[in-house]
Design a protein around this ligand. Structure first.
Ligand SMILES: Cc1cc2nc3c(=O)[nH]c(=O)nc-3n(C[C@H](O)[C@H](O)[C@H](O)COP(=O)(O)OP(=O)(O)OC[C@H]3O[C@@H](n4cnc5c(N)ncnc54)[C@H](O)[C@@H]3O)c2cc1C
Length: 292
C-alpha cells in the first residue's frame, strides 16, 4: 500500500492555533513528515486530520539561557548539527546528528519529530536520555515537563496526550561535563546496528579525575527508556580511567536486550554496546577536561 487514506490537512499559524486544531479527535501533528508520511502510506497510521506545524517559527530555536540548552521541537536535524551553542555545551548532539540519515532527511526532519516518533532506533532519543534532558509538552491548559527518560512509553508510544504537542527540549548545562556519541551502521546514512551516547561530569583533580555523574544512552538495543542505568550507577564515584570505562561498557552490554534481525545477531550487538559505550566514555571524559 503506497497511498495514504483520505486525510484533512490544516496548516497551523501559531502554537495556540495548532493546539485548537489538535483538540479535534484523531488529529496528528506533522513536522518533517519523514516518518509519519511513510507510515501513512503503509497504512500504519491513518489520522483523520493532519496539523502541519512547519510554519511555527517560535518552535524552531536553539538557545542557551545561562543554565540550560533549549531546543525547540521544530529545530531541524541540520540546525542542531550546525549549532555552535549546542556544540559548545553538548557535542553529543553534533556527533549524533552527523550520523542521522543523510543531508536531505536532516534538512527537513525535526528534533521533536524524532523524539515523538519513539522509534527504538532513533539516535536523538538516546542522546537526550544520556543528557538527562526534559521535554516541555504544551497543551491548551499550559505546559508540563517530563524527563526524557520518562517520555517514551515503548516503541512508537510517548506520554504526549490528545490535544498536546512537544514544544521544546531543555538540557541542563553544568561545568566539567563532556559528552560523545558513537554509532555503528551497516552503511553511511543507515539506522544504527547499535549506538551509545555518554555524558560525564568529572570532579577530583585533573590528574585523578573522578566520575561525579554519568548518563549513558543506548540506541536500537532494547535498553529500557534508552538508558544503561546499571552502568551509570557503576560509574558514579569511580576513577575516570580505562579500566572503569571498559567495565561500564561490559555492564551496559549485559543489561540491554537486543534482538537478532537483519542488522545482526544478539551477541554482535552486545559486543558493539560494550565497545561503543567504552569509546563514548573515553571521548566524553576527554571533552569534560576541556570544559572544567
Ligand atoms: C531514509 C531515512 C533514514 C533515516 N535515518 C535515521 C537515522 O539513521 N537515525 C535517526 O535517528 N533517524 C533517522 N530517520 C528518521 C528521521 O530522524 C526523522 O526526522 C524523524 O523520524 C521524524 O522527524 P520528522 O520531523 O520527520 O517527524 P514526522 O514524521 O513529521 O512525525 C513523526 C511523529 O512525531 C509526531 N510529531 C512530530 N512533531 C511533533 C511535535 N512537536 N509534538 C507532538 N508530536 C509530534 C508526529 O505526529 C508523528 O507521530 C530517518 C528517516 C528517513 C526517511
Amino acid at each position: 500500500m503506497q497511498v495514504p487514506s483520505q486525510v484533512e490537512y490544516e496548516r497551523a499559524t501559531s502554537v495556540d492555533h495548532a493546539l485548537t486544531l489538535l483538540s479535534r479527535p484523531d488529529t496528528r501533528v506533522v513536522a518533517g513528515g519523514h516518518s509519519l508520511i511513510p507510515m501513512m502510506k503503509l497504512r500504519l497510521a491513518s489520522p483523520e486530520v493532519l496539523v502541519d506545524i512547519n510554519g511555527l517559527a517560535e518552535l524552531a530555536f536553539i538557545t542557551y539561557d545561562g543554565r540550560q540548552l533549549r531546543i525547540g521541537a521544530l529545530a531541524r536535524h541540520a540546525d542542531l548539527l550546525d549549532s555552535a551553542v549546542a556544540a559548545e555545551h553538548f557535542p553529543i548532539f553534533g556527533d549524533a546528528e552527523r550520523v542521522v540519515a543523510d543531508p536531505i532527511v536532516r534538512l527537513w526532519g525535526t528534533v521533536g519529530g524524532s523524539l515523538c516518533q519513539a522509534d527504538p532506533s532513533e539516535d536523538l532519543s538516546a542522546a537526550f536520555a544520556a543528557a538527562r534532558a526534559t521535554a516541555v509538552i504544551r497543551g491548551r491548559d499550559g505546559d508540563r515537563t517530563v524527563p526524557v527518560r520518562e517520555f517514551h512509553l515503548g516503541p512508537y508510544e510517548t506520554v504526549i496526550g490528545p490535544g498536546e504537542l512537544l514544544a521544546e527540549v531543555r538540557v541542563p548545562v553544568r561545568p566539567g561535563t563532556g559528552s560523545a556519541y558513537e554509532k555503528v551502521a551497516r552503511r553511511v546514512g543507515d539506522w544504527s546496528v547499535a549506538a551509545a551516547g555518554a555524558v560525564l561530569r568529572l570532579g577530583g583533580s585533573p590528574r585523578k579525575p573522578v566520575v561525579e555523574s554519568a548518563g549513558i544512552g543506548l540506541t536500537a538495543v532494547g535498553a529500557e527508556h534508552f538508558v544503561a542505568a546499571q552502568a551509570e550507577e557503576f560509574l558514579t564515584g569511580r576513577k575516570a580511567d580505562a579500566e572503569t570505562f571498559a567495565a561500564a561498557g561490559a555492564i551496559a552490554a549485559e543489561h540491554c536486550h537486543p534482538i537478532a534481525d537483519q542488522r545482526g545477531p544478539q551477541d554482535y550487538k552486545r559486543h558493539l554496546v560494550a565497545e561503543l559505550t567504552t569509546r563514548a566514555l573515553h571521548r566524553a571524559a576527554a571533552r569534560a577536561g576541556d570544559t572544567a
